[in-house]
Design a protein around this ligand. Structure first.
Ligand code: NAD
Ligand code: UDP
Length: 345
């Protein structure tokens, strides 16, 4: 891994400066992760110059490997907890740097909290210094275990301040506060997306979230691990739709600066998801039930009226279609449905 970083880390600075001229770059913090790598790819395809900054904690250089061939792409290994300085002119910053899977963000809760809060502050200070617009990848988790459905942006949430999810939920809530204080008192142009469960190609096979877990388990013939009785619900958004929404939000007028839900309102139980994955993969994996994790939200469904009206956001990919694409991706990564997964990890 270290060799790979060197291959397009230090080189990138000189290369980038050489070809950049005065053109401003887009910084994607967390750009080697699942969502970040899709954003980097879309920006590069649109001819933008992209700096991808990541500590590779849950992301991978594999996700951005093909982008490294572009003169417009540059990777920087950096932890957002540490102060950030970049010489390049920057016009836009996407802050996606934070583990998103409960299994991953609970491994080092203090680091997760600091990533959310200190990371946001460091990126906001960079945005201020560069005069850049900055977008925060916030989350439906700011609503905690919601008592209302669907969740509108005006709902203030039901969040436990000290449970196992608090490092993420409260970190993301504090980050929103920082964004709006920097906007109010330092004049920054901010955008805040409250992202609901998003899935698709380039999720890590060992990410731990439900869609990738179920697909990998089904393809490998392993038991499908349903937590609780599977009656809890989630609304699953395909990554291409979500990236459309994030890019539209970044380009939106100043009156779109208050938090905006982004997701697909179609709501499914976790058991329904398991059954769909089994049917689509033709897998004979058994479903096994285990305890529901503490504070696991019982229901989740976005009200996307604001995003529809203000951004023209309209998720197009139904769960069945998105699952087909995601299963095809994991099947390809695994080489063959029946072969051991370790062959490609
Ligand atoms: P991911 O884990 O695949 O990506 C996160 C990326 O951030 C990884 O590349 C990781 O290495 C990097 N990172 C983590 N901590 C860092 C640090 N301290 N410094 C630098 N880089 C760091 O997760 P994702 O699904 O792509 O999520 C991206 C963002 O979107 C996260 O902020 C997450 O909270 C938010 N979000 C995602 C979803 C979703 O369903 N995918 C839902 C709500 C919010
Ligand atoms: N879940 C599950 N089995 C798994 C992983 C997750 O039943 O292998 C459940 C989890 O308890 C939650 C839902 O699926 O109710 C979504 O979990 P995920 O980790 O994807 O994201 P969350 O929405 O909880 O942040």
């Amino acid at each position: 891994m270290a060799g790979e970083v060197l291959a397009f880390g230090p080189n990138c600075s000189a290369e980038f400066a050489l070809h950049g001229g005065k053109e401003k770059s887009v910084l994607v913090a967390g750009g080697a992760g699942f969502l970040g790598s899709h954003i980097c790819a879309r920006l590069i395809a649109a001819g933008r110059r992209v700096i991808c900054l990541d500590n590779l904690m849950t992301g991978s250089l594999r996700n951005v490997r093909e982008l490294a061939e572009s003169r417009n792409f540059c990777f920087r290994l950096h932890d957002v907890i540490d102060p950030i300085w970049l010489d390049e002119p920057i016009s836009e910053i996407y802050n996606l740097a934070c583990p998103a899977s409960p299994e991953k963000y609970q491994r080092d809760p203090l680091h997760t909290f600091q990533t959310s809060v200190r990371g946001a502050e460091n990126l906001l200070m960079l945005a201020q210094a560069k005069g850049a617009r900055i977008l925060q990848a916030s989350t439906s988790e700011v609503y905690g275990d919601p008592e209302i459905s669907p969740q509108q942006e005006s709902y203030r949430g039901a969040v436990n301040t000290f449970g196992p999810r608090a490092c993420y939920d409260e970190g993301k809530r504090a980050a929103e506060t920082l964004f709006y204080e920097f906007s109010a008192h330092r004049g920054l142009e901010v955008r805040v997306a409250r992202i609901f469960n998003t899935y698709g190609p380039k999720m890590a096979h060992d990410d731990g979230r439900v869609v990738s877990n179920f697909i990998v388990q089904a393809l490998m013939g392993q038991p499908i691990t349903v937590y609780g009785d599977g009656s809890q619900t989630r609304s699953f958004c395909y990554v291409d739709d979500l990236v459309d929404g994030l890019m539209a939000l970044m380009a939106s007028p100043p009156d779109c600066s208050s938090p905006m839900n982004l997701g697909n309102p179609g709501e499914f139980t976790v058991l329904e998801l398991a059954q769909k994955v089994l049917a689509k993969t033709g897998s004979h994996s058994p479903i096994v039930f285990s305890a529901l994790p503490t504070d696991d939200p019982r229901q989740r469904r976005p009200d996307i009226t604001r995003a529809r009206e203000r951004l023209g956001f309209n998720p197009r990919v139904a769960l069945d279609q998105g699952l087909d694409a995601t299963i095809a991706y994991f099947s390809g990564v695994m080489g063959s449905i029946s072969e051991p997964f370790k062959q490609v990890s």
